[in-house]
Design a protein. Structure first.
Ligand code: PBG
Ligand code: ZN
Length: 321
């Protein structure tokens, strides 16, 4: 107790503060999302996400080279296909936009190539699975997810990241991959993915807004915390290698609770809305740029082992200077 105890002693210089710091922003633990648009002729800036652009199949290699130079070691691929239909069949084509992007990435860079596995960018209705009436049918959607997983694995993906929030998706994908000799492809499971307004800018980026209704019949209710632990437990039982909490900043309590409850690696997805809020405030001078580091550091402090963030390139670049 004061006056014997004086916490300020360990705050007196940068070096001492570094020495006693409990968390560090390790750039090897950042994952950069990358959008590839099959229909674009040149990279297209995304209006809702300043500083981020959709790449084209031709610009992808160059973009990955830039990310590599900045020190980004992992990417998460999203595709915008040339053709959509009600069953989202372009999601599992051998030469689909993500499959081809995986091949390009594997050939051109040494980055860890993770691919988001969902159907909302590929269905004409924008929902994350196959419809039965106005509802997403869980079990027939799993069949499609299995096909997508297999097509990604064949293209050489390092890791698949199913984000559709169907029940049993991790187990089904694990079985499908194992049945075809891909037992060494890990699954990063979007386990606790909330039905969040924070995905707004992304849907504009990936052209995946549902044409009717919303995703609340499959993504989680933001009011729930214990349910997230159930979802994570199910995914681990089904064979998930890495579990995910998404979004990140408004859900630090969930990340922290997951950290205390599970030993598996935890990824946190700091989503498009989090990016855009910070980016706009910093670009307009309302917030100091250090707000970005502070925010991403808080996600690690809460217990995440890795963070998916649109600031990955910026943060990696910054740490090299
Ligand atoms: C696809 C998917 C979404 C995000 C990641 N994968 C959108 C959604 O569920 O509507 C959101 C990412 C972001 O907002 O940055 N299911
Ligand atoms: Zn989806």
């Amino acid at each position: 107790m004061f006056p014997v105890s004086r916490p300020r002693r360990l705050r007196s210089s940068e070096k001492i503060r570094d020495l006693v710091s409990e968390t560090s922003l390790d750039t090897k633990k950042l994952i950069m999302p990358v959008f590839v648009d099959e229909t674009a002729r040149k990279p297209v800036p995304i209006p809702s996400m300043p500083g981020i652009a959709r790449q084209t199949p031709d610009s992808l290699a160059g973009h990955l080279g830039e990310l590599d130079e900045a020190g980004v070691s992992s990417i998460l691929l999203f595709g915008i296909p040339g053709r959509k239909d009600d069953k989202g069949t372009s999601a599992h084509q051998e030469n689909g936009v993500v499959q081809e992007s995986i091949r390009i990435a594997r050939k051109e860079t040494s980055q860890i190539v993770i691919a988001d596995l969902c159907m909302c960018e590929y269905t004409s209705h924008g929902h994350c699975g196959v419809l039965h009436g106005e509802e997403v049918d869980n079990d027939s959607t799993l069949e499609s997810y299995g096909k997508i997983a297999l097509s990604y694995a064949k293209a050489g993906v390092h890791m698949v990241a199913p984000s559709g929030m169907m029940d049993g998706q991790v187990g089904f994908i694990r079985e499908t991959l194992d049945g075809s000799g891909y037992q060494n492809v890990p699954i990063m499971a979007y386990s606790a993915k909330y039905a969040s307004a924070m995905y707004g800018p992304f849907r504009n980026a990936a052209d995946s807004t549902p044409s009717f209704g919303d995703r609340r019949a499959y993504q989680m209710d933001p009011r729930n915390s214990r349910e997230a632990m159930l979802e994570i437990a199910h995914d681990l039982n089904e064979g998930a290698d890495i579990i995910m909490v998404k979004p990140a900043l408004p859900y630090l309590d969930i990340i922290n609770k997951a950290r205390e409850s599970f030993d598996a690696p935890i990824a946190a997805y700091s989503v498009s809305g989090e990016y855009t809020m910070l980016k706009m405030a910093v670009d307009n001078g309302y917030l100091a740029p250090s707000a970005i580091e502070e925010s991403i550091t808080s996600i690690f402090r809460a217990g995440a082992d890795m963070v998916i963030t649109y600031f990955a390139e910026y943060l990696c670049e910054k740490s090299r200077k």
